[in-house]
Design a binder for this molecule. Structure first.
Ligand code: ATP
Ligand code: MG
Length: 505
């Protein structure tokens, strides 16, 4: 089995693997930034993904499903043509394609590597179990050459993966590094310490994430471009609207290296062109930068309160290439060493290192440590997971925390209750929340999101007052398992939340 890391990104997906001491990309040579996370619905039927989708989308941008990772909470993705495609299918095809490309490169460049894949995939800090489960499913169900499926080895937060890659290249024993990852769809932060030798285990001291990314900068700039075009030409053809977004993305990237960018759109024999200055761009996106600054300052404060020092700031993610972002971060951490580090590959490379390190005795796993510390990183649950009950005389529905936010993973919790009346099944509702419990130990239902409606049939009636025992387990791979015991035979039934699709995060 070849152990590989996969960063399924909003804009680009990147796979890689650790070959000896160095991590190697497993993307086609032409895809330096990664494989475009794009899906194109072919007008004549069928679909294309990756580079082909990007190419096809140039002439028909209205048939492109862009940034599908941002739509994981929706059943379907609506294209600007008005048609729609099932989200899971889009994600599945993109992930499958990225893994197939990885397999091809592995076979070509590293003939000694085994063809079957074991995958560690990363996810944004802000993703709850539902969205993580969709990514996990996409990896597990990917069809590789020979019709086989990869094995999902584990999952880890994107900025933590970037920290592992950073420490892999620049061991900094005892140092706390702050990773700021501005991608296409999310802004993720993590403070990670290299505990002793600069090698694993690492300790994840804190992490946070918001939904903010390069896509938002594209949208803001597209609105400005449209406004300027209308100002200059009076009106613009409707068909140009989808193309404006592509031009905005191009101009945004151009403006990272230049003070002005030309925008030129063709429609029939007409050419519509304008110039955008970096000042225009930074002005129309200042609110987005404000959100980034606010999230970063909150994170900085939170760590200061916990007396956790920040020794170095490491920027990753394509969005951090915008001069305005680097400048704002420098302003917030004036005396701290800051560097931009492999913005496109750090997350995937870290996931690849983690994949190998997960195996005791693997290359990176060199420290003999006690069982409790046999983890390379300490992960904390970002959400509280609990079960819904009717509470008090008013019979109000509230959620009882079972695994609390901040618990070290893997974590588990048990609920014992007794059946009301005769029954032949055990049914309960699992919720997740980031809200704190009240002084009586409950969380209001409206602050929680439903994760799973679970129903277990006993196959016969059990009498009233039978004690039932349900266990929730949240693993290091961040997937939730529900374990229910038959109250009489003590047989255990397990179910995971992976297949649940009804509820969006
Ligand atoms: N030189 C550049 N200047 C400005 N923005 C850039 C530059 N290069 C890439 N980007 C932007 O960076 C974003 C992609 O970054 P990255 O590949 O890190 O995201 P991702 O991993 O796909 O997304 P996420 O991590 O949010 O899921 C896009 O919005 C892209 O337009
Ligand atoms: Mg990313």
């Amino acid at each position: 089995m070849a152990k590989i890391g996969l960063d399924f990104g909003t804009t680009y997906s990147f796979a890689s693997f650790l070959n000896g001491d160095s991590v190697q990309p497993l993307v086609p040579h032409e895809c330096r930034l990664g494989i475009p996370s794009l899906y194109f619905k072919e007008p004549a039927g069928g679909f294309s993904v990756g580079m082909v989708a990007e190419h096809r989308g140039k002439s028909r941008p209205d048939m492109l499903a862009r940034s599908p990772k941002q739509r994981l909470g929706n059943e379907r993705i609506v294209l600007s043509s008005g048609e729609s495609v099932p989200t899971r299918e889009v994600i599945g095809e993109i992930v499958s394609h990225a893994l197939k490309c990885a397999q091809v490169r592995l076979k070509r460049d590293y003939p000694d590597a085994l063809e079957d894949l074991q995958v560690v995939v990363s996810y944004p800090v802000s993703f709850g179990n539902n969205r993580k489960a969709i990514i996990a499913d996409a990896v597990k169900n990917a069809v590789l050459s020979g019709g086989r499926h990869p094995e999902l080895l584990g999952m880890l937060p994107e900025p933590v993966a970037a920290a592992i890659e950073y420490f892999g290249m620049a061991p900094d024993p005892g140092k706390n590094i702050l990773i700021c990852d501005l991608g296409g769809g999310t802004y993720d932060l993590a403070l990670v310490r290299s505990v002793s030798s600069g090698k694993p285990p690492y300790e994840v001291l804190s992490q946070a994430g918001i939904r903010l990314g390069g896509d938002d900068w594209d949208l803001a700039l597209a609105a400005l471009i449209e406004e300027k075009l209308v100002e200059k030409y009076g009106s613009i053809p409707l068909r140009l609207t989808a193309k404006i977004l592509q031009e905005a993305n191009f101009a945004k990237i151009w403006l990272s290296d230049s003070m002005t960018a030309q925008v030129s759109l063709e429609h029939g024999d007409d050419i519509f062109d304008i110039e955008i200055s970096r000042w225009d761009f930074e002005d129309c996106t200042s609110g987005l930068l404000g959100d980034l600054v606010e999230a970063t300052l909150d994170f900085k404060e939170e760590n200061l309160e916990k007396k956790l020092a920040i020794d170095k700031v490491v920027l990753v993610g394509g969005g951090c290439k915008m001069p305005m972002v680097a400048k704002a971060i420098d302003g917030m951490f004036p005396d701290i060493d800051r560097r931009l580090y492999n913005p496109e590959t750090a997350v995937s490379f870290g996931a690849a290192r983690y994949a190998v390190a997960l195996e005791p005795g693997g290359e990176v796993f060199q420290i003999s440590i006690q069982e409790e510390e046999r983890r390379l990183i300490t992960l904390l649950s970002t959400h509280t997971i609990g079960i819904r009950y009717y509470v008090g005389r008013t019979n109000t529905l509230k959620v009882k925390p079972i695994i609390k936010k901040g618990s070290r993973l893997p974590a588990s919790g048990v609920v014992e209750s007794s059946t009301v009346g005769k029954t032949s099944f055990n049914e309960f509702f699992v919720y997740e929340t980031t809200a704190d419990e009240d002084e009586t130990g409950w969380v209001d239902l409206d602050k929680c999101k439903l994760v799973k409606k679970a129903r277990f049939e006993y196959g016969r009636e059990v009498p009233e007052g039978t004690v039932t025992r349900d266990e929730l387990r949240l693993g290091l791979d961040s997937l939730l398992e529900i374990c229910v015991e038959d109250p009489v035979t003590k047989a255990k039934v397990e179910e995971s939340v992976l297949m649940h699709r009804e509820v969006a995060d």
